[in-house]
Write a protein that binds this ligand. Sequence first.
Ligand code: CU
Length: 476
Amino acid sequence: MKIRNLFFKITFLVTVLFSFNHSLSAQTVEEGKTLFTANCTACHAIKDKVVGPALKDVDKRRKEAWLIKWIKNSQAMVKSGDPEAVQVYKENNESIMTSFESLTDTQIKSILAYVKAESEAPAAVPQTAGTMPAAGNNANTTNNQESNINWMLMIIGILLIVIISQVFKILSRIGEIQGKPVVTWNKTNGILMMAFLIIGLLATVWEFAVHGPLTVFEAGPASEHGVEYDSMFMITLVLTGIVFVITQVLLFWYGFKYKSDGKRKALYYPDNHKIELLWTIIPAIVLTVLVIRGLITWNHMTNHNDPKARKIELFAYQFGWNARYAGTDNKLGAHNFREVGVMNALGVDTNDVNAYDDVITNELHLEVNQPVDLAFRAKDVIHSALLPHFRVQMNVVPGLPTKFSFTPTVTTAEMRTKMNKPGFDYVLLCNKICGSAHYRMKMKVVIDTKEEYQKWINSQNVLVANKVKNKTVALK
Ligand SMILES: [Cu+2]
């Protein structure tokens, strides 16, 4: 009976697996719609101008290659002097479109397929499923074929499971007739436990060997507190690793060694004070040491209080990041949620003089060995700022400012040399896994030398430039 239960569970898992696989392969108008809703609706509608222009028939006025390039990084195109790009940028009062470098070509094509489908849909019923026009249908044919194959594989899988379960049923009947079981489950389970132990331990080693180099630990920490953080992480990993191996070996080895042979009787052994003491006190001491060490590290990391620290605000929204620099006064202008709008996406308080020299950017540049105070603010939902290489993570909560101070110690250029990866860049990610698009929130982080940093920050526009220098008003 138990075995059959297991088979049904496996069938269920197989079903889930295939349907998941199926949904991954379906990239079309539907996928485009999801992506468009998650990434573009903040600034675009199909038939109306929002922040950006209406996208109706954009496929007719631009080439696909141009659109892909534009969506990935429109500012790069504007800066390179592409005449169409410059024109559309000027027509829209030079507002900056977010770049979507993490979208793949296929994803962008799905978005464009959706835009095309919507452009062709009759105006009266723009979004009902029945009006989904031809663009999606072609792509759907291939998807149908793929899903047919999946269904067939699934049916074959179910049949196999039914056959195997029938074989076991027959075997147990034969056992009943012969008066002696054909399969001795006790022994089989014992052997399977041993196999599980060996395969499991080998898999653990493989996992560390193959995927270990992909973690951020490989390159080492790029911040001051990161050194302490990493050492704590490693101590915890080694200690729990040792315990893991010992307990797993004991668990499965005993299962194997004492598999019943039908003769041996279990020994009744109610308790042993020495052993009980040993395995209570040792873990208690180890855990106390780990927790105290952890508290000390945490205090070091969070009591980083340097008056010279540069003040920067990280602003999270669905779905992207902005950074706001405090400017020469090193005072961030206040924030007023009532001012959040198309022209002032971050809701900077326009009445606060401290805000005039603030600088809003799409990249986070930090100076090496210079402490920074990061203040986090969310516009809409909870986000989570993760700077993996600096061992920094902090929740970003609407209405509840959070902060983290740290000192980066390795410039981008140094890290590129160290990792031998010329294209390497630090990143800021969103670590929230709820919803569809947090994982794509990403901002490039650059650790500059003092000179590089000064050059970069001077090339940025301050918020209300005419009040600070003689530049134009550029309140974004
Ligand atoms: Cu997020």
